[in-house]
Write a protein that binds this ligand. Structure first.
Ligand code: URA
Length: 210
């Protein structure tokens, strides 16, 4: 369907996702599971980060050891639900830079309109990972990536918890160069724009709002 779609079909990811989908999961549990899954997805999204060999000394001898090289990644959170994926990834990659993109939907045109945009300056030199738990219509993802490309980003990946086929198709059309990494490709979008079977409103579930 999409050459660049990776579904992380790992038992731990799938188990934790099922716990998150369950409507009886508390806010605290949902948040903790999201943090844990974000780290497992981060493992997949970073599989080809640049490395260099540096000399270190173990208690026994010197050796050339692999370390991450170059500039660390930039994580871009689509407000507000994207923030739920940040902490876990930052725990693994504390040197990552972080940006935020805020969009709302114009009630007449239904198109996303930017209300906040603050990202690291040197996006062109970094692996840019856009995070948002739900790839639903794909409108916010596409608008965010449009903005990031205008700001100079060239190496972009999109990390989400769930993807709808409609969102994946929209991304393929608008940004075929951007790989999508997700825990599940769900069945469909319903008439209200929710992913089914999904997990409901990710922002509400992680922040305890309604
Ligand atoms: N955003 C959500 O939080 N949930 C959906 O199902 C779709 C978009």
């Amino acid at each position: 369907m999409y050459d660049h779609l990776t579904v992380v079909d790992h038992p731990l990811v799938q188990h934790k996702l099922s716990l998150m989908r369950d409507k009886s999961a508390s806010t605290a549990k949902f948040r903790q599971l999201l943090r844990e899954i974000s780290q497992l997805l981060a493992y997949e999204v970073t599989f080809d980060m640049e490395m260099e060999e540096v000399e270190i000394e173990t208690p026994l001898c010197k050796m050339m050891a692999p370390k991450l090289s170059g500039k660390k990644m930039a994580l871009i959170s689509i407000l507000r639900a994207g923030n739920g994926l940040l902490d876990g990834i930052l725990e693994l990659i504390p040197g990552a830079r972080v940006g935020f993109v805020g969009l709302y939907r114009d009630p007449e045109t239904l198109q996303p309109v930017q209300y906040y945009f603050k990202v690291p300056e040197d996006l062109a030199d970094r692996l840019v990972v856009v995070v948002d738990p739900m790839l639903a219509t794909g409108n916010s993802a596409v608008a965010t990536i449009d903005l990031l490309k205008k700001a100079g980003a060239t190496n972009i990946r999109f990390l989400c918890l769930l993807a709808a086929p409609e969102g994946v198709a929209r991304m393929k059309e608008a940004h075929p160069d951007v790989p999508i990494i997700t825990a599940s490709l769900d069945k469909r979008l319903n008439d209200h724009g929710y992913i089914e079977p999904g997990l409901g409103d990710a922002g509400d579930r992680m922040f305890g709002t309604k």
